[in-house]
Design a protein around this ligand. Sequence first.
Ligand code: CMC
Length: 427
Amino acid sequence: MSKTATLNITGQEPLELPVMEGTLGPDVIDIRTIYAKTGAFTFDPGFTSTSACESKITFIDGGKGQLYYRGYPIEQLAEHSDYLETCYLLLYGELPNKEQKAAFEQDITYHTLVHDQLARFFNGFRRDAHPMAMMVGVVGALSAFYQDSLEITNPEHRRLAENRLISKIPTLAAMCFRYSRGLPFVYPRNDLSYTENFMYMMFSTPCEEYKPNPVLVRALDRIFILHADHEQNASTSTVRLAGSSGANPFACIAAGIACLWGPAHGGANEAVLKMLDEIGDVSRVPEFMEGVKAKKYRLMGFGHRVYKNMDPRAKIMKQTCDEVLNELGLQDSPKFKLAMALEQIALNDPYFIEKKLYPNVDFYSGIVLSALGIPVSMFTVIFALARTVGWISHWHEMIAEPTQKIGRPRQLYTGATRRDYVPVEQR
Ligand code: CMC
């Protein structure tokens, strides 16, 4: 027997609502008919109880600390897969066979160059502009350069735009970094892997050959895998909402980047490093914690809307953090020791235990990125680079859905009731 839920509104007949069941996760009450049948809206600011769409891409069980991409646990992908293979999985739903993997890698590799005129956009930015400010601008500008992939109803255009975004994002991200440092842009190299190539475009100079260190390449590739998707988070929902109006994919991804920039979302690992700098020394941790508990500020890199248990990505990132610090001989660095002291105190403090606040992926990813030589201002750009495939996969899923409609939430209006205009002399 299929499940139903009954809604009783005072003075109205009870309304029976269907209950939908997913393959995993909680049941979902289908409330689509509520307004038509009762004249009432539902109220859920922050979408804490609302499924905005149906999706087959990523599953999270926040209580159990589980994260699956297309059914595969994140731990297995981080251990055995690589970022481009994970991109294929997210986009197409299955792991590629050997030929599909090689063809996809070739396709992505041969789209990494950006139109040379795009480089001139950078000259319009101040050198001290935040790299995310440049990213929002240049990614949006891609739609002005690649007009042969803007027809969203054409599957071939969609595939081309998707591949272009995945391939060009690292090139643009590296250009943002190079511009802010006053360094010449570096063209991509087709003989390098996706992640090696990104590190090469970031760190090579015309004066010296750059050889990517395999331990560091693996660490960055893992950061990319861990950040590749996270179901209907704020930036992904932004991409879906922007895309629901029929906007082109480059514009939608630029909207996602804008949303990701905020400190409660992608800006958190940047905020973790800033917080560590502000605390400065292990001796100041107790005083800092008092301020957190008095709600003067938050412990950045802790807490999550969905995970009320350890974020599974944080466990993998912590291990990667150890590997990178050992490789670079940084395990005794004061910043790392400070971070570990903070983590231990928070994990044992009743304030954090009662509120189920655990370290999230950003607590450790900031430390790893910093050890890799990536400046703090680039952290959210790295997140955007990795998340582009997640955004695209959701955009693709939504556009391919025949019943797709423009997203249009309603509201509980609490403003002024009707009143008449008063001329300025009488106010
Ligand atoms: N430090 C101290 N207290 C906190 C923290 C924190 N980091 N996070 C939540 N709380 C407290 C909060 O004050 C509230 O207390 P009370 O119930 O007494 O009012 C309670 O915990 C619940 O907080 P909330 O803001 O209602 O929870 P939320 O689910 O809306 O917020 C969050 C989730 C991630 C925005 C929040 O935990 C936070 O601001 N964390 C710090 C920023 C951060 O690390 N963000 C990265 C998130 S992971 C990256 C990603 O997936 O995008």
